[in-house]
Design a protein. Structure first.
Lengths: 117, 113
């Protein structure tokens, strides 16, 4: 069964510094999707970044970038120039391939990120 | 122009009661989902519906019954509420085709006393 593991329950980073959140996953599929979602105290789930497994190029969205290592089944999130508004719970997530009947997202247990002023 | 909306946002009720949570999406998506987030923030899928047809039912107790009157709505009815049902329930939707993003509602915090 597919699993998503986030080994860091909590992390802290100084404002303006860079932080990397780790995620590993397990799947036998070759085509799938990976995401990082952010959940601030408002509890709204916000998509931060997405990666399609068939794309070798790492996704980037402004200050957020990923290091996608398909063979190692690793998908880490790097946040550059950390800001106070980045403080939140971050979830790594896996979605089955398109047209797979098991159409759902599997979430990791989350990493709570604290930003120190 | 809210994409995925849920009502109510907060629900406090006593054990044994029956309650419903409503979800609506105005994105034209075919597939809708219910996720449960427990007190440790763990998010897990409960149900998914595609065009009003139940696709996924993740071993959720029979007391939980989703209902999809049309593809824009997916409601969650819970019978005989138990203390362990206290959680945040998220509705989500996604579009057909090769797009893959799920859009989440704001969540409903259910507290059973």
């Amino acid at each position: 069964a597919q699993t998503v593991t986030q080994s860091q329950p909590e992390m802290s980073v100084q404002e303006a510094e860079t932080v990397t959140l780790s995620c590993t996953y397990d799947t036998s599929e070759s085509d799938y999707y990976l995401f990082w979602y952010k959940q601030p105290p408002s509890r709204q789930m916000i998509l931060v970044i997405r990666q399609e497994a068939y794309k070798q190029q790492n996704a980037t969205e402004n200050r957020f970038s990923v290091n996608f290592q398909k063979a190692a089944k690793s998908f880490s999130l790097k946040i550059s120039d950390s800001q106070l508004g980045d403080a939140a719970m971050y979830f790594c997530a896996y979605r089955f391939p398109f047209m797979n009947r098991d159409d759902k997202i599997i979430f990791g247990k989350g990493t709570r990120l604290h930003i120190l002023p | 122009d809210t994409a995925v909306s849920q009502t109510p946002k907060y629900l406090v009720t006593q054990m044994g009661n029956d309650k419903s949570i409503k979800c609506e999406q105005n994105l034209g998506h075919d597939t809708m989902y219910w996720y449960k987030q427990d007190s440790k923030k763990f998010l897990k899928i409960m149900f998914s519906y595609n065009n009003k047809e139940l696709i996924i039912n993740e071993t959720v107790p029979n007391r939980f019954s989703p209902k999809s009157p049309d593809k824009a709505h997916l409601n969650l009815h819970i019978n005989s509420l138990e203390l362990g049902d206290s959680a945040v329930y998220f509705c989500a939707s996604s579009s057909p085709g090769r797009t893959y993003e799920q859009y989440f509602g704001p969540g409903t915090r259910l507290t059973v006393t």
